[in-house]
Design a protein. Structure first.
Length: 275
């Protein structure tokens, strides 16, 4: 999918998906509030994902695995509910033990990584009926995983990693859930940026060689919740302001140059990390 297609699908998805599964007058909504259960129905989300996968591949049940070496390699993360271990769903094979590689469908991987706490219910995947929730509680910034995965895939290549953040503070939509979860989610955001800072500090030579880039809109997104697609104009405005900062604009130009010139001839490999 192109960037333009992705933007269009984001709006279409959001309009269908982010509708509370219970009315404000339903007593069960208070129970969901206390238990931090998913407040949105996962069925429309699954339907939308399957619909898109079928349109692109011919079948809604196409596996995530892709043996074509020429295609883009993708991984997403989720948490295994049974033991809270981080799980990596890959489109490519590795030497790592992966019990779900031969079973996980594209829509299941997408559904698992979008099962954000308090938003959607967990999903069960595979013959062993494993339950998964969004990886944000353990892998909100998967930059270390990207480093590990890219090194395993391209050990002898000149690698480039681009890290794209999603803001600097939790949206207001998280404020209505139980206190323990709120504090945990706030800590996630703080740790995400701190983790990125630690990662970059220990790899200064690669930063200087223009092999590591980090872009993150720090101001303007802190009051916008994950489900507030109606605020897309504010999101666009904040992003536009960020990208027009002189130092950011210069880094973006450098990044584009590296991608189109230095790596354009196939001499290297790049991986984009979405926080």
């Amino acid at each position: 999918m192109s960037v333009a297609e992705t933007r269009k699908q984001y709006i279409l998805f959001s309009e269908d998906v982010f509708r509370p599964k219970r009315s404000s007058y339903n007593p069960a909504r208070a129970f969901d509030f206390y238990q931090a259960n998913g407040k949105f129905d996962h069925i429309p989300l699954e339907h939308r994902i399957k619909e898109l996968v079928k349109a692109k591949t011919g079948s809604e049940d196409t596996l995530l695995q892709d043996d074509d070496e020429a295609t883009c390699k993708v991984f997403v993360t989720a948490i295994q509910r049974e033991n809270t271990d981080a799980t990596v769903f890959r489109s490519y094979d590795t030497e790592s033990v992966d019990l779900l590689y031969d079973y996980c469908k594209i829509w299941e991987g997408a559904r698992a990584t979008t099962a954000a706490s308090t938003f959607f219910e967990p999903i069960t995947i595979g013959p062993f009926k494993q339950e998964f929730v969004d990886g944000g509680m353990r892998c909100n910034n998967p930059i270390e995983l990207a480093e590990f995965e890219s090194q395993a895939l391209w050990p002898n290549d000149d690698r480039l990693i681009i890290s794209i953040g999603s803001g600097s503070a939790p949206g207001k939509s998280l404020d209505g859930n139980i206190a323990v979860l709120i504090e945990a989610l706030k800590a996630i955001v703080l740790d995400s940026e701190a983790q990125s800072e630690r990662f970059f500090k220990t790899r200064q030579s690669r930063v200087k060689e223009d092999r590591l880039f980090r872009f993150n809109v720090f101001h303007g997104l802190e009051g916008i919740g994950l489900e507030e697609y109606q605020e897309v104009a504010r999101i666009a405005a904040a992003t536009n302001s960020y990208l027009n900062l002189t130092d950011v604009r210069l880094r973006v130009e450098t990044c584009v140059k590296v991608l189109t010139e230095d790596l354009g001839g196939g001499a290297g490999s790049s991986m984009i990390v979405k926080q």
